[in-house]
Design a protein. Sequence first.
Length: 546
Amino acid sequence: APRVAPVTHRVEANKVLQVTVQSAKKYQNPFVEVTVDALVTALDASVVRVPTFWAGDDRWAFRFASGQPGHYEWRLACSDTGNAQLHGVTGSFAIVPYQGVNPLYQHGPVRVAEDHRHFAHADGTPFFWLGDTWWKCLCQRMTWKGFQELTADRVAKGFTVIQIVCGPYPDEGFLDPRMANEQGLPYETRDFTVLNPRYFDAVDHRLSHLIDSGLCPALVGAWGRSDCNSMETIGVEGLKRHWRYLVARYGAYPLFWILGGEIPNGTKWGQGPWAEVARYVRSVDPFHRLLTCHTDLGRRGVNGDDNLIDFDMVGGDHDERKATDRSSLAKLTNACAIRPPMPVLVGETCYEGHMQQGFGDTQRRIFWASILSGAAGHTYGAAGVWHAGVTDDPGHTGAWGEPYDFTTWREGMNYPGSAQLGHARKFLEKYPWSRFEPYAEWADEGSFAAGIPGEVRFIYLPRRNIYNWDGPTVKGLEPDINWHVFFWDPATGRTFDRGTIRADPGATAPREWKQKVPSPQDWILVFERTETCDDGRADAHTVSRK
């Protein structure tokens, strides 16, 4: 008869429960010699197969999370059926309602929204992806104290996602000692057959801190560029083992999966060995966390493609001149045009301060051009932060064999663009931003426009040459609507009111509007439908905001 585990666990909805068991039987290399799954049964009798992970010594564990309160039972199934501690063991746990305010628990993990163009929590609450790039911030250069400081800074500024690598890093050799955290390297062999579970204990600590702070990790499993090609070094089977471990250890967390960094674009539509790894990740992930690939271009969109991603991540350019031109934006807009639709965003582009360029106005331009062209969100990055640079170690050897720059993470943390994009997200969330659609015809060429016809319009005018106060011509304004108009400064958040365009109920032709900008810089020009006060001026508190 199966042995019944004596302890019934309790956990709040959407939080992570861990159940640990111990084996009396010893294995020479537990990571590769034995696999164990937990078969979890809910009240409706549905069964979920949850992979366990080797937790070190003679311990195995599984993690589970669900937004559905109730009683759950579990039973272990081991590849070594003769191991009485790992096969046939049963237990139960209860999920109770969540009582806190963390949106990742209160509203549930993030999924694709019903419009298939944005993200939303499990309960339908819109989720704005404002990501930051922390590729190497699981290494020991980023101390635990520093990690907490950087987390607090990004929470205060309004970020929601942290892109971070848990596997081979870009711009350095495999198992380079600099990759180690406080507990060493993740693996002892280049083929990823000898695992160090203590490394992942330290990762647990950091990922849990991000989530408890309301930040959603986007976990990158490996890297694929030619100078740090995980597929060549580790191989398909090694990457599958690695990904099974990541899914078992972190799949219950509210996070995103990024299969690999700079891997072949064909992976997205089912071609090549990375696609085989992607199919495997989908097969072993019982929580169906959203999966993407970090590539330069978007989906192909050809009939018969085996689309292996849930949302499309495209690249920009690390050169500020190229990152802000139309060809870079076309990567995003081309991906947005593919059907069936899915959320699209720029996942890496010009880092702020990278080789002393790409500062605030560049970051604002890339963000606003992307969002007003249909992006579901945007990922920012800063020199110093992505490589966890410190004074005596820049944290990388560039693809050319020399460091890109010597910026430290704390210097990069304080670059102005991060705060400015945080302001942008908070400003957008005053409006029903997830219903915005691009309308290039609303403004002059060179501007970017989006919104909801008859409700609200956002026009972004990028910074041009100095001494130029010329404003955009806004076209096609509905004549039967009172429009409250103001300029919003994307650098500081200041507002410059321009009053109200009064409705003309008898008019049928659309109207145009044009005024000078308050100063020669970049601006957001906002038109919001409003009612009028008794004195005839616009009532700014009755606009179509959320």
